[in-house]
Structures are given as C-alpha cells and as structure tokens.
Design a protein around this ligand. Structure first.
Ligand SMILES: [Zn+2]
Length: 387
C-alpha cells in the first residue's frame, strides 16, 4: 500500500515538474510579451526594404531563454523576423532583477522575480542566486546564438567590427547583428571592478538603475528616487574610460541631473517617451531633451502605451517628431522595448508602420532613413571603442 502511495505521489510530482518546467516559462513569455496587432506584409512601404540600416536601441529578448535563431509566433524579436523586417542592428539588454508587483511609481528592491523565472526556465543554479551570473549567462547566450548562426547573426563590440559589418551587409541584406546593454547595474553586485567583466563580454551601454533604487543611483520607479551615490559617480567615471555609453532610461530626475553635472560624456536614452506628449515620471522633460541634444546624444522612442500615450505607430511618430523639432532629426531613433514585458503595438516586422507615419508627417526619405537606424549607426561609429 505504501509503495503504491509513494509511486502515485512520484508520478504526480513528475507530471507537475514536466508541466511547470516545460510550459510555465513559455506561458509567461506569451502572456506578457504581447502585440496589439500583426502588421500586414502587403502594407509594407514600397522602399522600406531599401533602407540601408534599420536599428533598434532596446529589447529584452535574452530574458526569455528562447532560440534567437528560430521564428516564433509570439514575442517580438528573433533573427528570422529581423531578416524579414530588414533590421540590421538590435541592442539586447540584460534585465537581471525585477520587483514583484512592478509598477511605475514605487518599487523596493526586496523581491526578485527573475530568480523565480530563472528557476522555472531551468537555468543554472548559480542564476537563481547571483545577479551577476544570470546577467553574464544572458550575454553568453547572445554570443552562442552568433556562433550557431553560420554567419547570419553577429555581435558588434567595436567600431572596427561595425565598419566591417556595414560593408558586409551592403552586399548581403540578410545579415543581422546585435549589441549588448545592461538595464540596471545591480548585476555588478556592488563592485566597480565587475565592470571590466561586462565590458569584455561586449556590454556597450548601461542604465544604472531599472525599477528600483540601487547602490549606484535612484530609479524613476524607486522609493527614495535619489541621485547618484558616491559609488555611482565612480562607476560613471569608469564607464566613460571604457567607452560604455550612459543610458538615461528609467533613471530618476535627480539621477539624470547628477549625470549631467558629473560627466561630459555622450549620453543616450535607449527606450523612452516625452513628457510634452505623455506626462509621467519616466518620460523625458524638454530640458533633458535639450541637454542630450547638446551633447550629441541619441533618444530612442518607444512603442508601448505608457511611453507614447497611444497604441499605434502614429503615437510613436508624433513623439519622434517632438524630439526632432527640438534637437534635430539626427538625435532620434527607435527604442522599442520589444520583449520587455510590454503589450507592443506590433512585433519587429511592424517598423514599416512607423515609416508610413513619418511619411504622413512630411519627413523626407533621407530623414526617415536617419530616424530608422542611420542615426544609431552613426552614434555607434562615433562612440564605440576603436577595436
Ligand atoms: Zn525598460
């Protein structure tokens, strides 16, 4: 009898484990990386596929442990969809810790949803406990995808590599590339020296905080929402020396002010909206936009509702115009936040809808080519380490 009970309990546990580890991560992924509509391929702008270099400054695809090289009918980014959408460059950012009940206004650092996700995804046990380990594993995943891709996808870390890629891609439009960034520096685990490790793996921009205040700085969504700490200033200085760009997305107003005051380095905002059209504490003020323009920085405009106060490409195009009207068309770009637990207007194959709306706003083809990726290409050519 006892044997029978133990056997039954064992079978139930096994079935539960198969269901949990086999299906739950995929269900979460599908449930929180949704799209409002699918772009109709027949509606592509006639010259869309001739745009030389389309780029996006921010996506969180690596968090979901998918095969980047396979086409998915959910989520927002993979290499086959980048190829279909003529996208040359996507920046893959590392999310290493998010709070339970995440919201825009008030989050503490006490909970860690990525620990649970890492467990459910059957990642290495080190990932369950160490922010650094889980962040480095995501970086390695991107390099491994490049190694498996038979040349279809590569990771860019230097200006020399980018120049070579631009040359290669002018002869072969099916080539794709990625870069690495960090969304929150808490994965440095409070040690400035860990920056070298992340630099070596290819990280080229860092936002100091994500959804909660950390040891480096205050977040727009934290509790104190303070500025740079003494350690944060030290980290910023070292980032400048290594040519790692400073991402202002998700930073508190005080942190952004402190960054303006403590560095003369080039700044970027990987995914955002503007308060002039969509007023919330995460979006950029006019004064912040002006300062980023003065420093020859770049601003990536989002495609989710809280960034642009709209659910279509017209809302993204209007926010792009808002920035371009103030600091010039060469300082604005795409910053989708695809796969960042957002209900996106469309997946990456929907970029053509932004082009259509920019045409409606009266932009020339050459300006649209800058906005759609020429600016990102030139930004990285100016700012990446040489080799
Ligand atoms: Zn984000």
């Amino acid at each position: 009898m006892l044997r029978k009970i133990l056997y039954t309990a064992g079978v139930i546990l096994l079935v539960a484990a198969v269901v949990f580890f086999g299906f739950v991560p995929g269900i979460i992924d599908k449930k929180i990386n949704t799209t409002i509509h699918q772009t109709n391929a027949a509606d592509k702008v006639a010259w869309y596929d001739s745009i030389p270099f389309i780029a996006d400054l921010h996506c969180d695809e690596l968090l979901w442990h998918r095969d980047l090289l396979a086409r998915h009918n959910y989520g927002h980014v993979d290499v086959p969809r980048m190829q279909e959408a003529n996208v040359a460059l996507e920046v893959f950012t590392i999310v290493s810790k998010t709070p339970r009940h995440q919201n825009y206004d008030h989050n503490s650092d006490k909970t860690d949803q990525i620990a649970l996700l890492s467990f459910a995804q059957l990642r290495a046990p080190s990932d369950w406990f160490s922010l650094k380990a889980r962040a480095l594993h995501q970086c390695e995943d991107l390099h491994q995808s490049a190694a498996r891709s038979k040349g279809a996808f590569r990771v860019i870390t230097t200006r020399g590599e980018l120049e070579q890629y631009i040359k290669d891609r002018s002869a072969n439009r099916s080539l794709t590339a990625g870069m690495l960034g960090l969304e929150g520096a808490h994965c440095l685990e409070n040690d400035v020296n860990n920056l070298d490790t992340f630099y070596k793996t290819g990280v080229r921009y860092i936002g100091l905080t994500h959804f909660f205040d950390n040891e480096w700085a205050g977040s727009a969504h934290g509790i104190a929402k303070g500025g740079l700490t003494a350690k944060g200033k030290e980290l910023l200085h070292k980032m400048e020396q290594l040519h790692i760009m400073i991402d202002l997305a998700h930073q508190s107003t005080k942190t952004i002010d402190d960054i303006f005051a403590n560095t003369t380095g080039t700044l970027m905002v990987s995914h955002t909206g503007v308060r002039g059209l969509c007023d919330n504490g995460r979006n950029l003020t006019d004064a912040q936009i002006q300062e980023i323009g003065k420093r020859n920085g770049i601003i990536g405009i989002g495609m989710w509702e809280t960034a642009i106060c709209g659910t279509d490409a017209a809302a993204t195009a209007n926010s792009i115009k808002y920035v371009a009207d103030r600091i010039g068309v060469e300082h604005v770009a795409m910053g989708s936040d695809f796969d960042g637990a957002v209900d996106a207007t469309y997946d990456i194959t929907g970029f053509t809808e932004v082009v259509k709306e920019l045409i409606n706003l009266g932009y020339s083809r050459s300006d649209i080519e800058k906005i759609m990726g020429g600016n990102v290409r030139d930004f990285w050519l100016r700012n990446l380490p040489e080799n």
